[in-house]
Unconditional design. Sequence first.
Length: 315
Amino acid sequence: MKHYLTTDDIDSVPKIIEEAIALKKDPYQAEQLGKRKTLGMLFFNSSLRTRLSTQKAAMQLGMQVMVMNFSGEAWSLEFEDGSVMNGSTSEHIREAAAVISQYCDIIAVRAFPTLTDKDKDEEEYVLKSFQKYASVPIVNMESATAHPLQALTDAITITELKTRKKPKVVLSWAPHPKALPHAVANSFTSMMQKMDVEFVITHPVGYELNPEVTGDTPIVYDQDEALKDADFVYVKNWSSYKDYGKVLHSDPAWRISQDKMALTNNGKFMHCLPVRRNVIVDDAVLDSPQSVVIQQANNRTFAAQVVLKQILESL
Ligand SMILES: NCCC[C@H](NC(=O)CCC(=O)O)C(=O)O
Ligand SMILES: NC(=O)OP(=O)(O)O
């Protein structure tokens, strides 16, 4: 693997899942691979799981890790070419990416969307600028439109927990007070399209994801109908894509309750976390055995580890 920017950078989904599960069984099997190699993790946004699990994954491969927060700590970066930098930005991505490449063998970046400038977000201008001006592989730790480490985690978790060959997986929108990105839902959708599952998306009218991402995936506007017989209920809020970045409404009827889970085939509740209790999902569901969010978060380590391993092997 050269870079990990989207789920399309995976050669074979079944093989990478198998390799991740093998790493979970024996996390130090490749601890020499990353010796004297450095991972630089750059954060433009907050994180708990991605930061800790990716660092842990790198350490289990024998790597050294450096972390830098760009919100408030690093110089504020300019991404426009030819700009006269007499405003608030202090350093151009051209120098920053080239300099960091001298210190790091792999650079991982988290940069959420603006949710106001659709074109800029879809260009992935932060991630793609790092890719353009860095001379080392780039790993996406959640960008404007994609969260492929999360999607790989979710694929591993579904593979571990499925009880029938072709499980039914439902991606359900749920309410949230803030405007949230599409990245998790996009990458989850792309990953499910690559897996042997019956995949359905449910959300209120107006919350359609980018049609280029959803493609042929069925969209069911009746949540109860969609949840029927589901083996996995993957819950996430996102803002409107059509009315870009807007919260159209946050209908509490879409919150996941025990009554809704009762419609499923003893379905597992999944969420990438962090989750707003009693807004997205009731305590009773999150605290029930049907919730697998903690196991899911544990798998973040092995998703990151298999990606870093495949990149290290290609260096
Ligand atoms: N990395 C996982 C999710 C990150 C982000 N969630 C958030 O910003 C939630 C913040 C809050 O609940 O205040 C998202 O939806 O893409
Ligand atoms: N799921 C996830 O990416 O969590 P963090 O935002 O805490 O990294």
